[in-house]
Design a protein around this ligand. Structure first.
Ligand code: F6P
Length: 469
């Protein structure tokens, strides 16, 4: 799927020019069979949440060249593609791997999401310190890239844990710019952040504090950041809380399009009149896929009345396959799915439909058809999908939600909660959501829809721009 142009007056045509900076770009490139370079929408929450808002606005988006085709595009400077003014940045591939795989994904991501098995990891060795150096090198390259393309007096919106060290070099080279940092992840509180060595930890906090303001999806992550700054004697910058909202037009357009309709017909045919549980996620440790499937298995074990009466559709897509943890996680997830299907399947019922093909219209179709949507992260910055599902759902669906999801603060009154580590409790929550009938179901579902659409991406952008002034 590629982003559509949207008719919004905001980014880039506002009083001040705008530059967006993130590791993953709004589009990625690949060579097709004829060797031609083709663009497609980038993956992940940030891009699906903010991409449509920025397309067609004239704002420049600076992001890393992640594939060989991206590198070819990077060599051409700023490219106009799919409605974006896009600047792909190519850095040394070894530096990039160390920056992305080792430091951003295996270190900072694990710290902020509380994923370390601390008896074994992290191991802060020479390789780790080399990756830390590469993190600085790549941040410096981003700072130079931004300095090159940013119009005079621009607001620069810096996204996520990959890019915490831009503010200091840009303050020297481009003092005319105003930088705002936004974290799409949780933020570790002082105790968890102490896993990082002192030098690296304080450099990250100082780097973030160098922005005009730092934004977070919830007060919980904001408070953790401020507490972490204080614990290390770093004066926190101005902060703001701005949860992202769903792009109703964009996701509605995908739902209504021909690929969405075909996918829905396909799901309908397989599921029939059974109840349907859906989840849509990256194959990502923090999403807690394994315990979600274990809870479903427990449901089928303890409540046999659901056998043949429910299907669990998991529309998941591969992520960060350069990391052994993610490959092992995927293998484990797929083993559990196979076991559940082996144990319970009958001639005309498959308990779990597992689809790892990264097919966005199909994922949206599943959310339309879902009677229950499961979002049970161990810890997560927002989980925009929990709101997007409410936008497209057509079945008075019910959301089963972990209180560790960033959206919890906004949606708590409209969901059935599940403790992410409690498999028995999650199975009970699935049962409750499946069994809910009539008016109580409609009321809960309507509340979920209302709270989910209270904000939209333009609100998020407005908050970020206001923080720059
Ligand atoms: O949600 C946080 C985030 O880092 C987003 O910025 C990104 O789009 C998503 O996770 C996916 O991560 P990656 O770009 O590593 O696939």
């Amino acid at each position: 799927m590629v982003p559509r142009m949207v008719d919004r007056p905001s980014a880039g045509s506002a009083a001040r020019p705008l530059v967006m900076v993130s590791n993953r770009g709004p589009v990625s490139f690949r060579h097709d069979e004829a060797g031609e370079i083709v663009a497609r929408r980038g993956a992940g929450g940030l891009v699906s949440g903010i991409g449509p808002l920025m397309a067609g606005t004239g704002a420049v988006w600076v992001a890393a060249a992640m594939s060989d085709a991206d590198r070819e595009v990077a060599a051409t400077g700023v490219t106009d593609v799919e409605g974006f003014r896009f600047r792909a940045l190519a850095v040394d591939p070894d530096d990039y791997r160390a920056f992305y795989d080792v430091m951003a994904n295996a270190a900072l991501w694990f710290v902020h999401h509380g994923l370390y098995d601390r008896a074994r990891r992290p191991v802060i060795d020479r390789q780790w310190w080399a990756a830390w150096a590469a993190y600085g090198t790549v941040n410096q390259a981003f700072a130079e890239g931004v300095a090159e393309v940013a119009p005079e007096g621009a607001v620069v919106l810096v996204q996520d844990l990959h890019l915490c060290l831009l503010a200091e070099p840009l303050a020297v080279s481009r003092p005319d710019l105003d930088l705002v940092h936004f974290s799409h992840t949780p933020f570790a509180g002082p105790d968890d952040l102490r896993v990082l060595p002192d030098d690296a930890r304080t450099a990250l906090l100082r780097g973030m504090a160098g922005h005009r303001a730092c934004g977070f999806h919830t007060a919980r992550w904001r408070d953790a950041f401020v507490a972490s700054c204080r614990a290390d004697g770093v004066e926190p910058p101005a902060t703001f809380v701005s949860p992202l909202g769903p792009d109703v037009d964009d996701i509605g357009g995908v739902a209504a399009g021909p690929a969405g309709a075909a996918a829905l017909a396909d799901i309908e045919e397989t599921v029939g009149d059974r109840r349907f549980i859906a989840r849509v996620d990256r194959i990502e440790l923090s999403k807690n896929l394994i315990r979600g499937f274990l809870a479903y298995e427990d449901l089928l074990d303890r409540r046999p009345e659901w056998r043949e009466g429910v299907v669990f559709g998991a529309y998941v897509y591969p992520s960060r396959e350069g990391l052994p943890e993610y490959l092992a996680y995927r293998t484990e997830v797929e083993g559990i799915v196979a076991r559940i299907n082996d144990r319970f399947a009958t001639a005309d019922w498959t308990p779990v439909l597992y689809d790892a093909t990264d097919d966005f219209p199909r994922s949206v179709a599943a959310l339309r058809r879902a009677d229950v949507v499961l979002v049970n992260p161990i810890r997560d910055g927002l989980n925009l999908v929990a709101k997007e599902a409410a936008v497209v759902n057509e079945r008075d669906g019910v959301l089963v939600l972990s209180p560790e999801a960033g959206v919890w603060d906004e949606l708590a009154n409209a969901v059935i909660p599940c403790h992410p580590f409690d498999i028995t409790g999650t199975a009970d929550a699935l049962h409750e959501a499946l069994a809910l009938e009539g008016e109580p179901r409609q009321a809960l579902s309507a509340r979920w829809r209302k709270l989910s659409t209270a904000r939209n991406p333009a609100d998020w952008l407005a908050d970020n721009l206001a923080a720059a002034d």
